[in-house]
Design a protein around this ligand. Sequence first.
Ligand code: SF4
Length: 513
Amino acid sequence: MFRQVKRRTAGRRNFEDKPSQASEDSQYSIPNLFTSRLSFYDLPPNQEITLEEFELWAIDRLKILIEIESCVARSKTPKDVETSIKPLLLKYLPLSPAVNLNEKVIVQERMKDYYSHFILRLVFCRSEELRKKFIKNETMLFKVRYNMLQPKEQQEFIELNSYKLSWKYISSKEKNELIDKLFAASGNILKSQYIADSGDTLNLNNEQTKQMMIQKENFIKLPFEKITQLVSSRSVYLQEGYGYLPTSLQLNLLAIEFQNNLNQILIKTFQAIPRLEEDDRLLPLLNNLSKNFSNFQYEVDMDSELTSDINALSITSKQIMSHYPLCASHLQKNLMSSSHLKYLGRQQLGIFLKGIGLNVDEAIKFWSQQFTKNGSMSQETFNKQYKYNVRHQYGLEGARINYKPWDCATILSKPKPGSNEYHGCPYRDFSQTQLTHSLDEMGIKNQQDLNAIMDDVSNRDYTVACTRVFELTHQKVKSANPNAPQEHISHPNLYFDRSRQLERSATTSVESK
Ligand code: SF4
């Protein structure tokens, strides 16, 4: 199904040299599968995609799920999760409404969404822990996307799935006739919701609440056994075996349906996995994707304008070092105070500095200054023993590999630091006292914030702890630039780049006032 080069193997499907006319014709018309922007992903897709699309689409969806995972771990409210992931959705997984847009674009966007979901099912069906994570994050994504639909689209989505939901919208006439009873059951919940949505500016009496219910709520009617929880809390109106659910209470129910569906399907997918084991093209990709939930590379942009002021001197300044994540500042501070770093430390810091824009000449200058500054090493010894290592990091020696800065997953996969070693991730490797002291130096003093970070650390969510620290230490610049992208920190260079970008946009917005 995915091989681009024809290979005839018994029992395996092979491509024709040319796509059939039928598949060419249907390629860009909206097939039934993609009628709605939102989906329960009931039917598996059956069009052909390339291996490249297979991997790229999965990685793009994974970026969204990782961001959701990080937001939830930092106890963000659903509203905040929505704000965080909206820009990422537009970037990696847009789903445009089918108006004013070329049908080809619409189909491609929906195909990417559909396929990427199915590919990640293969990745995350393999253990209970992975299944739980996938279901939690996909359900949140489903909720965010449902909220992004227009009310008309939401209704169309429900109607499209009425075969499985047994939901039925009531007519306006029925709503008006039942409004007193509907108000008696759900009025209080809706009233407090309207007041909260208005930012506590509304003061509603019962009559006004009823009017708002008539205007805003599209009630559905469904068998009461589907909503037993709501029935027991007496928050919905019941009549003749049916419950009447207002719009604002429908999403949770939909999400439960989505979640249950996905849980069952993932178990079935897991049972089908052995049949895939024979496939030598997909398995390495799937294994790679499932190895780590944050196992994708942040692409470091070495040509960025943010690199123009990076040199051997500036990287020792407070101004530049204030943008370092804790792992990099810990390494560099120890290098500067002890004039030495052992091999793993030199590698981790060296290619981090390369990633922030330090060129090879400036790197040699920086390392030789640090190693020789207190007379513990002569320039000649440095040239003989360490210069090669720096040039090697830049791909100028040995196998001439252009090494990329390590992401957090790589750093965490290295051996833990021994005595007089400073590599690794401080959120994993520091003692509680040492970490509290470092956080205090970074300006994090609030006990609640410290507890939240320590909780992340004890849950081994080191990148979540680091993302939380990033947010706490950048609150001021962020308030000057509320639309700045928020991303889960999965790479030390991402931390540095985001920090500098925030500072730069905050300065620009102050200058333009
Ligand atoms: Fe560095 Fe990543 Fe650890 Fe943050 S989470 S300190 S960026 S290794």
